[in-house]
Ligand binder design. Structure first.
Ligand code: PRP
Ligand code: ZN
Ligand code: MG
Length: 226
């Protein structure tokens, strides 16, 4: 948990698919920022709500450390940290507070285009490259399948061609990256979208009131978008 603070900090992706829609959503909640020169920390003007611009993958850790209070991140990234903590017997520290309706994608196992998919048993004894080892391990356990997970933080789609893995497990949005690497989707582990991630335990200081105000405004904005 973090120290007592009188301002809220929200972490969003610095650059990537979620950056612009996340910023626009918060702006439509009436937030505005005076940008610092390096633009990694944006000081809230209309409300004491500051923005941190970070790598999306770092957002769950920032929440866990209490360095930020909320984050806008893919459910897949949040659930990966949750799965990893669960596999290690650790308690959960943050949760998805609201689904935000953008950044939709799937976490799929993909296989070479020339391979016929016969079902999860086909994965037995194989090597699967992924950036989502926790979610993949949980799913494999549920299927009763044993496989070797090859952990890569990016460019996962290239692993089969390099002979580093037989299959991959990665996010699919348009499907263009799979096609470009002669892979095809075989099975979906989860569907995902951007979520507002926040604490499991309520704030003990003035951030509690700020958080309720923010969530009320967010619910208003999300209702109008429906
Ligand atoms: C995902 C995923 C693929 C790509 C798929 O990366 O890792 O590389 O998007 O998209 P497509 O189906 O539209 O081709 P992401 O945008 O999450 O970036 P990151 O891995 O750098 O965080
Ligand atoms: Zn990422
Ligand atoms: Mg990627």
């Amino acid at each position: 948990g973090g120290a007592t603070r009188d301002r809220l900090r929200i972490a969003i992706q610095k650059s990537g698919r979620l950056s612009e829609p996340a910023r626009a959503l918060l702006a439509s909640c009436g937030l505005s920022w005076r940008e610092s020169r390096d633009k990694l920390f944006c000081y809230g003007e209309t409300l004491p709500v500051d923005l941190l611009l970070v790598r999306d993958d770092d957002i769950p850790g920032l929440l866990a450390d209490g360095v930020c209070d909320y984050g806008i991140v893919g459910r897949n990234v949040l659930d990966e940290v949750g799965a990893d903590r669960a596999l290690r017997g650790l308690p959960q520290v943050s949760k998805a507070v609201r689904g935000l309706g953008f950044g939709g994608c799937r976490l799929d196992i993909a296989i070479p285009e020339s391979t016929e998919w016969t079902g999860p048993a086909q994965l037995q004894g194989s090597r699967i490259a992924t950036s989502y080892p926790g979610l993949l391990q949980q799913w494999l356990d549920g299927q009763g399948v044993q496989a070797t997970i090859v952990n890569l933080s990016g460019s996962v789609e290239i692993a089969p061609r390099l002979g580093q893995a037989d299959f991959i497990c990665d996010l699919v949005s348009s499907g263009a990256t799979l096609t470009a690497n002669q892979l095809k989707p075989a099975v979906t582990l989860m569907t995902s979208e951007a979520v507002l991630a926040g604490p499991i335990t309520p704030f003990a200081d003035v951030r509690g009131e700020l958080a309720s105000l923010l969530l009320r405004r967010l619910d208003g904005v999300l209702r109008l978008r429906d």
